[in-house]
Design a protein around this ligand. Structure first.
Ligand code: EPZ
Length: 422
């Protein structure tokens, strides 16, 4: 029988103490790709030490970008790109590889990527990305699992996105930054990392206005200059740690976060009876248990983030009363609940709604992560449960959370990574 990595958690220990929030995964994937648009070297700071960032940096190296790492910073010199075809096998490891297409189209006029990979949480088309590139004047072929785009010169235009899409908004913004003339994106996503990417583009001399609203104006520029830019903290890691603190009836102070990005979650935790105190770049979460059931409906920002739906579902399994979770963004994002049923959770799923009946507690059990945020949800369930929980497929968690078990152990969790027979 082969040996595989697992996380083993002995639950029932409250998380207590201070934790530093790391730089954002999804913003780093967008900002790193945007660096390829530049005509000079750029330095990015506060990058998280996670698998998705490692894979994207390797993709950029293979395209000819020269990259120097030092701690959480990376200096990217994109002046000698040698290819416009990112390695397909690496692209398939992460959804965020799609940003390379917008960046290459804007920088060298062509790019070809396979349909991107990423978490299995439902249909994940990129038709709006393609719609935007075609509106800017690119020819785009999406056949045989590949998306190939080319242009003799992008021209600014108006793009009305058919749905609110974070990736689509950012990808069109990247290409438009190097188009001739002005581009308006209507029905744009407003997530913090859309704003962060726009701020980075502007730091390189681009002219992006309106990011964070549903209309973004981009004035194309023929030349972008180098800069040093610090990416924002991870909104979803912040939320995951907040939920873990509440779930273990702990007292955790998160440092280096942006409370304004967390309003939807903070409001729900307060509704449940959790104490949430905010000050500058610090959030303190305390709980003595006795959580009230609540109803969650995921929405585009500033609504409740779909990426926190799974960790929140873990907390709801022991709230007193019946909670409902409506997932409006993705159509297969409840697999974590199937696993939690093995731990004594009571949930009924129909289509995009889960009804969770709060139980007195969870019992540790062997479970498997099916995707990144499902893995985070199972870690929270294991921290709450009495007894031991073994979590298979921890590599999903490593894609988006930096050294999670080390940082949770420092807060008092009994969690370790072991090799076990399958
Ligand atoms: C980004 O995915 C994030 N990933 C996801 O985080 C996050 O859940 C999602 O945004 C929503 O916030 C990255 O940033 C790498 P969308 P993305 O385009 O860009 C539909 C995590 O755990 N749609 O905003 O794929 C789509 O099917 C990951 O960190 C189209 O129909 O999300 C979905 O229903 C998981 N056509 C909705 O829009 C398109 O061309 C929102 O998708 C694009 C999207």
């Amino acid at each position: 029988m082969p040996f595989v990595e697992k996380l083993v958690i002995h639950g029932g220990h409250p998380l207590r103490g201070d934790v530093q929030v790391r730089g954002g995964k999804n913003t780093s994937l967008a900002v790193l790709s945007a660096a390829l648009l530049c005509d000079e070297p750029v330095t990015l700071e506060n990058l998280p030490d996670i698998e998705d960032v490692h894979v994207l940096l390797e993709l950029m190296r293979r395209l000819g970008a020269r990259i120097q790492r030092s701690g959480r910073n990376a200096t990217i010199d994109p002046r000698q790109l040698t290819s416009h075809r990112p390695a397909p096998e690496l692209c398939r490891k992460l959804r965020g590889s799609y940003y390379l297409l917008g960046a290459l189209l804007g920088r060298v006029g062509e790019g070809a990527i396979p349909y991107p990979g990423g978490c299995e949480i439902g249909a994940r088309p990129i038709d709006q990305h393609i719609k935007g590139f075609r509106a800017l004047g690119a020819e785009v072929d999406d056949r045989y699992g590949m998306v190939e785009a080319r242009t003799t010169g992008l021209v600014g235009t108006e793009v009305f996105l058919d749905c609110v899409t974070v990736g689509g908004t950012i990808n069109v913004m990247l290409a438009a930054a190097r188009a001739q003339g002005n581009t308006m994106i209507f029905n744009a996503a407003k997530e913090p990392h859309v704003v962060d990417t726009a701020n980075f583009l502007n730091s390189m001399g681009a002219r992006v206005r309106g990011a964070g609203t549903d209309v973004i104006r981009i004035r194309g520029t023929q030349r972008l200059h180098g800069c040093t830019y610090t990416v924002i903290p991870d909104q979803i890691e912040t939320g995951t740690l907040m939920i873990a603190a509440a779930a273990t009836q702990g007292d955790v102070t998160l440092h280096g976060c942006i409370p304004a990005h967390m309003e939807a979650l903070s409001a729900k935790l307060l509704e449940m009876g959790v104490r949430v105190d905010e000050q500058d770049d610090v959030i303190r979460v305390r709980s003595l248990g006795g959580h009230r059931a609540v109803n969650i409906k995921t929405q585009a920002y500033p609504g409740f983030p779909t990426d926190l739906q799974q960790p929140m579902s873990a907390l709801l399994t022991t709230a007193s009363g019946t909670s409902t979770v409506v997932e409006t963004i993705f159509d297969k994002r409840f697999k974590h609940l199937d696993e939690m049923l093995r731990m004594g959770a009571r949930a009924h799923i129909s289509d995009r709604m889960a009804v969770i009946e709060g139980m007195p507690g969870l019992l540790g059990a062997p479970v498997y992560a099916s995707d990144l945020r499902a893995g985070a949800a199972l870690v929270i369930a294991g921290l709450m449960a009495s007894g031991d929980t073994e979590i298979g497929n921890p590599q999903y968690i490593d894609r988006g959370y930096e050294k999670l078990e080390e940082r949770l152990s420092a807060l008092g969790a009994q969690i370790r990574r072991v090799m076990m027979q399958e």
